[in-house]
Design a protein. Sequence first.
Length: 165
Amino acid sequence: MSRFSDMKIEYRPIGVVHSPFKKRDGMPIQPAGASGIRGTVEIFSEYKDGLRDLEGFSHIFLIYHLHKSAGYSLRVIPFLDTVERGVFATRAPRRPNPIGLSVVRLVGREDAILHVENLDILDGTPLLDIKPYVSAFDVHPTERAGWIEKASEEARKARGDSRFT
């Protein structure tokens, strides 16, 4: 057992995501399936000073808590497949630490409100952090994409269902 296995880690939300998706069923499961979907990210007032200079970036990472995810499974059948996979080889929401990550287009900023596009996040989701997406650092040519390589283009734009509720 690792010396960290019983460590408790706490995070405080810095804001909340507002999107047109009020329930998980029918929601895009990746930003690729959310092309053109707009929403806002409300940053709490005590953190808004941290937004300085963010509007200079076209895309940002949103790191958030999957607050509607209950429990976890180490093996899941992901949206793009019919075969059971290890959860860490998927983007399934039922994880030991329910943390979500999305790259969205930053359309604009009004004080502590970020206007974003290509949003695949449930309305009311607590936001943990924001980081700028920098193609010089964040784009890597891939040599393999595991089991996802066999998924069709239509499947990559799949919508959520009741599988992980």
